[in-house]
Write a protein that binds this ligand. Sequence first.
Ligand code: APR
Ligand code: PHB
Length: 389
Amino acid sequence: MRTQVAIIGAGPAGLLLGQLLTRHGIDNVILERQTGDYVLGRIRAGVVEQGTADLLDEAGVGARMHAEGLAHDGIELAFAGERHRIDFHTLIGRRVIVYGQTEITRDLMEGRAAAGAQTIYEAEDVSLHDVTGDRPRVRYHKDGADHEIECDFIAGCDGYHGVSRKSIPDSVLKHYERVYPFGWLGILVDRPPVSDELIYANHERGFALCSMRSQTRSRLYIQCSLDDKVEDWSDARFYEELKRRLDSAAVARLQEGPSFEKSIAPLRSFVAEPMRHGRLFLAGDAAHIVPPTGAKGLNLAASDVRYLWQALTDFYKRKSSAGIDGYSAAALARVWKAERFSWWMTSMLHRFPGSSDFDQKMQETELAYLVSSQAAMTSLAENYVGLPY
Ligand code: APR
Ligand code: PHB
């Protein structure tokens, strides 16, 4: 088989890139290790920057997000027993849309099916070949047979555990990493949200977040130990702990229901540089991970895809390699700013085991300063809604 762009991974990054390329007449094939249902079963964050929403519109898959997503003008920060609102819309005239990543993935899959573009699910042992030559190839096994795709470019959109990043020699790639000494225990429950906007809480027992997927579905998180097991956390224990970390008004509005999803996620900051090796480009979680505290994971994947799609369009439509040559530097400049923001939000809102009294005072002062300063709140707002491209 031959295609112009072989895309590895049918997560949001791969599907969005595929949709943009298809709509602009650039042929592409997606290879995905899992089944479509498995991909749709993964629960991830759900805050969409304006720029990400614009790109989904550009890809022709934004309609349901605009109809069903919730426009949020701000967030609430809770600490020392009080809640403080950060009003993005008043501060910078922009807002975010709360809409689950699972729904975005579903919209992209439907868009791809409608466009008639090919996705090969359950592609096993995907391997990349000759990425530094002019004719890269991708091999895989499926249904007991070996297959090969010849292409012009490979887009490695296969997430943190994928094969693409690992295909780049160690001598080329530099890794930057911070692993945080705690996790997030999250549940999904069909009960209305505690508040109209997301509540990010800093509490002496640990961080908590009250988020949502719709007017009738809540997504709730508490900071937990990395040694904790999901089985240790009954719903009753989860709610008990969450309530201890929330203010009384939030507790009064919390409706406890049976969770239908419960999982523990570790927190990590990670960047691999450069994001291009020959004719292989990395995009999304394949190249970088952020802790979820600023809800940047999906938005960064979309940001990479925007740069990569434009670079490939320049190559095919305008015969220019400038976009391709500049891809890694352009994508990374924005990635690092989101890494900084996610690290800062994480540092400000969690309890770190072994932190000193001085560290504690600094964290409290950071929060007190933030909510007292228009300049500081504006800085949070412009990062949360998404920096310019
Ligand atoms: N071969 C083929 N497909 C693979 C391989 C492989 N060797 N390894 C991984 N994949 C697939 C995974 O099964 C997954 O469907 O690549 C896809 C990668 O998708 P994501 O992990 O969702 O990554 P990405 O598309 O970059 O989306 C980033 O997802 O993890 C969240 O917080 C993150 O919101 C962000 C978004
Ligand atoms: C979520 O709704 O899952 C969510 C929202 C905001 C975050 C992280 C996760 O910062």
